[in-house]
Design a binder for this molecule. Structure first.
Ligand code: BG6
Length: 306
């Protein structure tokens, strides 16, 4: 099903037989909504979001490529790269999945971004970035990105799924799976620290890149008694961001109190850039699911878990 969004940029919606849904916008290849089978929105979108290309909408899952923040050697590129600000196309070469075909339990949509003349002026590398967004019959969301070097020379990039989770109250949220890891702190010139706490909780601004993180982590929302399970492949880092009170007030597209209902947990390749030789391809995968908090330990099989 293809529908139009508020500004005429195409959106694609997938609905599972049980009523879960996901909406993806061709502007940015951005997932702008993910709902469970009770119709509850699981991603945060700001009430102040500006739905006007070429800026990415504040919320959902913008794709950060070919750089994240100013990490990587991308010269003067804009913050988080240009992919989130561009109009993608439907990838006609990728046959979409449909529920029930060959007994699969997913439906998908495939998008494609290739550089424009202008993009090549800022970042002179020919690439193809393909994104498959799929929704399982259980309502699990998966994003698979593939970057191919169709250039004559190697290039390097960083990447992130800038995932804005909707939470009930940030003070009641904790992340498990990042304890004892090293992180680069964006709030102190990317100085390297080691996480000391048992789990990560929030009482002030946080902007960190946890490096070499496990393939699965959990974001527990105590008040809602539900847990986001974040699984990733090909993406060694996890960025954790909440602007808190003071920073929120400086952001034009973010409400003053909305930091209480949002937590960004981004599967990313940031600390070390990815290098592709001509003809090579890289794949980065994110899977999000939601489980009742009482069952979440069944999903956390990462090494070192207590
Ligand atoms: C986070 C970064 O992921 O995104 C922060 O770690 C940044 O440093 C934040 O401030 C928001 O970025 P943007 O470009 O979406 O406003």
């Amino acid at each position: 099903e293809v529908t139009k969004d508020w500004n005429g940029a195409d959106q694609v919606a997938i609905r599972s037989p049980r009523g879960a849904s996901v909406r993806v916008c061709l502007h940015g290849g951005q997932v702008v909504s993910w709902r469970n089978d009770r119709g509850e929105e699981l991603l945060f979108t700001s009430s102040k979001a500006i739905f006007r290309p070429p800026r990415a909408t504040r919320g959902g899952i913008p794709i950060c490529f070919p750089q994240f923040c100013q990490f990587g050697n991308c010269g003067t590129l804009e913050q988080h790269g240009f992919a989130r600000n561009k109009i993608w196309t439907i990838d006609e070469e990728a046959p979409p999945l449909n529920y029930g075909d060959n007994n699969n339990n997913k439906a998908s949509v495939d998008l494609l971004l290739k550089p424009s003349e202008d993009d090549l002026k800022c970042w002179p590398h020919c690439f193809e970035l393909r994104l498959r967004v799929s929704l399982s019959t259980d309502g699990d969301l998966s994003l698979i990105s593939r970057v191919r070097n169709v250039n004559g020379k190697p290039f390097s990039f960083s990447f992130a799924y800038h995932t804005h989770l909707s939470v009930s109250d940030i003070s009641e949220v904790r992340i498990e799976g990042l304890e004892t890891l090293d992180y680069l702190d964006n709030l102190s010139q990317r100085e390297r620290f080691t996480e000391q706490g048992d789990a990560i909780t929030f009482e002030s601004e946080v902007d960190r890149v946890y490096v070499g993180s496990p393939g699965v982590i959990a974001v527990l929302d105590h008040e809602k008694k539900r847990t986001f399970i974040v699984r990733k492949e090909g993406l060694p880092d996890i960025v954790v961001w909440n602007p808190w009170e003071k920073k929120s007030k400086t952001m034009a597209d973010f409400g003053d109190d909305e930091y209480k209902q949002m937590l960004c947990v981004d599967a990313a390749a940031v600390e070390r850039t990815i290098t592709l030789k001509p003809g090579e391809e890289w794949t980065g995968k994110l899977e999000l699911s939601v489980v009742p908090s009482t069952n979440c330990s069944d999903h956390l099989d990462y090494p070192g878990r207590l």
